[in-house]
Design a protein around this ligand. Structure first.
Ligand code: BYC
Length: 476
């Protein structure tokens, strides 16, 4: 197993010290990253002592060390999972051949496009969450936000390393651009839609961690299958960190449901007004937030039928999650996939696409099934509490901006409807301005150890076996 060298300016397990040119290039990028962090990261908390985990190894057990750190001093580094001996290409036209240690020239631009897209999301999310610390519902949650922020920063490092190490001058330029685009910037926005959506409240934050970080899981799992071994290894280690981000989303939303159910019981009323009088999140309001973030995150998989997806699969660039264990046919040259698309007359028809072109949809289907798991859990909580309310994922056709269903008005069940009906109904399906104002009014910061805001239940346990009332962040 490789060890991480922390005596270096840039901690790493890629033997950076023996590649002076690369080391210099990355050391040149490092202060720019820190400037970006100071400007657009959680900069108002630069002096706070935060209980954070830092990667110290890359094996499954004991890979992280916990300790108190000021965020600007966090040791962002480059960590690749250990290589798998004799690994061969797991899918596409070169199936069975040895994996690549370098990027084949003919696939360079395709690889670069995906790596840049992946890299772009990481700082984007930090920018989106830039001001959330001011309205944290507890110190426990504040610490989780910061843990996610520093790890998204590290994921940026992961992609920047690949760009610098394998893409020469182009890669270095792309690494600069990753710090030049900004979430929501009119002139230079982030690449993918969801990463330009503001995250101004914690309900949005938990939805983002649940839905959008889960896209991260599926995309990273697909890239972890890549024939370009350094990319695969980088993504495998990123997935270790990603799990916590989804945990924050799932438990955050679960705690909101638990608190709301408690309030419903106390006031003996399920009506949104009664719940809101007690400062909690009524379930229909939560449903509207889920509708918003789920539909936005579905777009992150790209078009249902995509020549890009076909090419990246054929060329061994991007596979399917768990390609080796989940699928029998790894070449997919002759298979097909059925997709429901609009018929152009207000109805739906089933189209057959070559399987390779439908890989985005294969991924999106698996993602939707994964998203269902949390909803089942929360619905069980609601049912057990004796209420007849069910949280639901909207149809994958609802409010799409990318692919066959882009700009096709449908209801939440995915039935095509007229534009007027859609425009009339949309405010009831998505958070309205008054919903957002109400949620904003709940966002009062709570920083007494162990105390929680009134709209969220405490977590079942603290971090790393510490009690919930541990002082996870000393604000100084
Ligand atoms: N918004 O053939 P198409 C994460 C573009 S999240 C705007 O339909 P393709 C994280 C597309 O780029 C995971 N544009 O799709 C989570 C293309 O543009 P170009 C991030 C979009 O290429 C939380 C054009 O439309 N990782 O890690 O097969 C916190 C036609 O594309 C969108 C990745 O995404 C959109 N939603 O697939 C922190 C993995 N969707 O190139 C981090 C890398 C599509 O023609 N990326 N477009 O100008 C990919 O695998 C692919 O680029 C996509 C799109 C799946 C995104």
């Amino acid at each position: 197993m490789s060890t991480i060298d922390y005596s270096e300016k840039i901690p790493n397990n890629v033997d950076l010290a023996n590649d002076r040119t690369l080391q210099r290039a990355l050391e040149h990028w490092q202060p720019r990253f820190l400037e970006w962090w100071k400007e657009l990261g959680p900069n108002d908390f630069a002096n706070s002592d935060v209980y954070l985990r830092t990667a110290v190894g890359v094996d499954a057990q004991g890979w992280a060390h916990y300790g108190t750190v000021k965020m600007p001093d966090y040791r962002w580094g480059i960590f690749l999972a250990d290589p798998i001996a004799d690994r061969t290409i797991g899918f596409g036209d070169s199936f069975g051949q040895p994996v690549w240690r370098q990027v084949p020239g003919e696939f360079r631009s395709q690889f670069r496009r995906l790596i840049v897209t992946q890299g772009d999301t990481e700082p984007a999310s930090v920018e989106q969450q830039h001001r959330l610390g001011h309205t944290c519902p507890s110190l426990y949650d504040l610490r989780n936000l910061f843990q996610i922020n520093v790890e998204e920063g590290r994921h940026l490092w992961a992609m920047v390393y690949i760009l610098h190490a394998y893409f020469g001058r182009d890669g270095r330029e792309e690494a600069e651009e990753l710090l030049a685009r900004h979430s929501g910037d009119v002139d230079k926005p982030r690449i993918l839609g969801t990463f330009n959506e503001p995250i101004e409240d914690w309900l949005s934050f938990f939805c983002f961690c649940y839905f959008t970080d889960r896209d991260g899981k599926f995309q990273l799992k697909s890239l972890a299958e890549s024939s370009f071994d350094p990319l695969a290894r980088t993504c495998r280690f990123m997935l270790t960190e990603e799990a916590h981000h989804m945990f924050v989303g799932e438990t955050g939303l679960g705690r909101i449901v638990r608190r709301t159910l408690g309030v419903m019981k106390e006031v003996g009323n399920e009506g949104p007004e009664a719940i809101r009088r007690r400062g909690a999140v009524d379930l229909p309001l939560l449903q509207r937030y889920l509708n918003f973030w789920f539909s936005s995150s579905l777009d992150l998989f790209g078009s249902e039928v995509s020549s890009n997806a076909a090419t990246t699969f054929a060329n061994g660039i991007k596979g399917r999650p768990d390609e080796t264990t989940q699928y029998q046919d790894h070449v997919c040259a002759d298979s097909s996939f059925e997709i429901e698309v609009p018929d152009g007359k207000g109805g739906v028809i089933t189209d057959t696409s070559p399987m390779r072109n439908a890989m985005n949809e294969v991924l999106r289907d698996a993602y939707i099934r994964d998203c269902e798991i949390g909803l089942k859990r929360w619905n069980m909580q609601i049912k057990r509490a004796g209420y007849n309310f069910e949280l639901k994922l909207p149809s994958n056709r609802f409010r799409r901006a990318i692919g066959a269903w882009a700009n096709i008005p449908t209801d939440l069940e995915g039935r095509p409807i007229g534009r007027e009906e859609y425009d009339r109904s949309l405010p009831g399906w998505l958070p309205s301005a008054s919903d957002r104002d109400y949620v904003k009014s709940l966002m009062q910061r709570v920083v007494e150890p162990g105390k929680m805001a009134a709209w969220i239940a405490p977590p079942e346990r603290g971090v790393n076996n510490l009690p919930v009332d541990y002082e996870y962040v000393r604000l100084n």
